[in-house]
Design a protein around this ligand. Structure first.
Ligand code: HSE
Length: 336
């Protein structure tokens, strides 16, 4: 590939499980990234809440508690947002965009709620806004939807897009356990959050469904458009009855065109035949099954969460943005 032709300075908002893996991979593989992107990628400022926490791959002199100083720094060209939540992430990203910085974010809740505002701002300012890590962690699903099958007509997308609930449902199916017992076990193992509401009530999957639906049907869908029902009311008996019928219960995010050509987007526990490819997606794995007119059926499978898998998707976006910059091209990765 090209030799490095320039240096791109990057700022990062947040340095938790995903951010620290991004920093680690940037340090370990910097030579490869320069060769692949045509630019030397330099992490030059990282905004964190706690300046005193020990971080192996982030020198203390690039840490700051002032996130605004990252998004307004004239030397920074790319901002990676891995802090999560709606505010201040939304305000910080908008400020970064207005200051001409390209954005990489893993923030599905923010994109599903305020995507239109963010994409419009990126378009207006001629910067990139990439978000592969927001859905399905390491699974390349958004770029294939946006690029590889954009010439086709998608009829339906069905995804297992939440690892926590898929882990719980797998244990309920394979071990006959009760929902509450498996949830406790998942929390002890670190799969489920201390407050698992967004996972078990389907809100996390609904945000991802909104993003997938927007890309599949070339429109804008927000999380408030998505019908959402989680798995907290499922009983061991429901799962046993499904098993007797040779089915498995999965929490599916479904986006499809209705007979009158409208887009229906919903998340709810769904009976899936054991013969269907999605039935074999076990534990915390994710998968997205796409039905398109010419391509037929496609399935994308992999690790939907975790520091290193999610960082892999962030780095893919980073190299894509860096290539655009090194070649002097820019494109807002709008949902449409
Ligand atoms: N809590 C999410 C999950 C993390 O369980 O899949 C990834 O978005």
């Amino acid at each position: 590939m090209n030799a490095a032709i320039t240096t791109l300075n990057m700022g990062m908002l947040g340095c938790g499980v995903v951010g620290s893996n991004v920093a680690r991979l940037l340090q370990e593989d910097s030579g490869d990234f320069a060769a692949r992107s045509g630019a030397t990628l330099k992490l030059s400022k990282v905004a964190v809440k706690n300046l005193n926490a020990k971080r192996d791959y982030v020198p203390s002199e690039i840490l700051t508690a002032d996130a605004n100083s990252v998004v307004t720094d004239p030397n920074i060209q790319i901002v990676i947002e891995v802090m999560g939540g709606i505010e201040p992430a939304r305000e910080l990203i908008l400020t970064a965009i207005k200051n001409g910085k390209s954005i990489i974010t893993a923030n599905k809740a923010l994109l599903a709620m305020h995507g239109a505002e963010l994409f419009d701002a990126a378009d207006k300012n001629g910067v990139d806004l990439y978000y592969e890590a927001a859905v399905g962690g390491a699974i390349p699903i958004l770029r294939p939807m946006r690029e590889s099958i954009v010439g086709d007509h998608v009829h339906r997308v069905m995804g297992i897009v939440n690892g926590t609930t898929n882990y719980i449902l797998t244990k309920m199916d394979e071990e006959g356990s009760a929902f509450a017992d498996v949830l406790k076990e998942a929390q002890a193992l670190g799969f489920a959050e201390a407050d698992p509401t967004a996972d078990i009530e389907g809100h996390d999957a609904a945000a991802k469904a909104a993003i997938l639906a927007g890309l599949a049907f070339h429109t804008r869908v927000s999380s408030s458009d998505v019908y959402c029902e989680g798995i907290s009311k499922l009983t061991a008996r429901d799962v046993a009855v499904a098993r007797d019928m040779n089915h498995v219960i999965k929490l599916l995010a479904i986006a499809e065109l209705t007979a009158d050509n409208r887009v229906s987007v919903r998340v709810h526990p769904t009976l899936v035949s054991r013969q269907h490819p999605l039935a074999s997606v076990r534990n915390a794995f994710n998968a997205v099954f796409v039905e398109a007119e010419s391509a037929g059926e496609l399935m994308f499978y992999g690790r939907g969460a975790g520091g290193a898998p999610t960082a892999s998707a962030v780095l893919g976006d980073l190299i894509a943005v860096a290539r655009n910059k090194a070649r002097g091209v820019g494109c807002c990765a709008d949902q449409k």
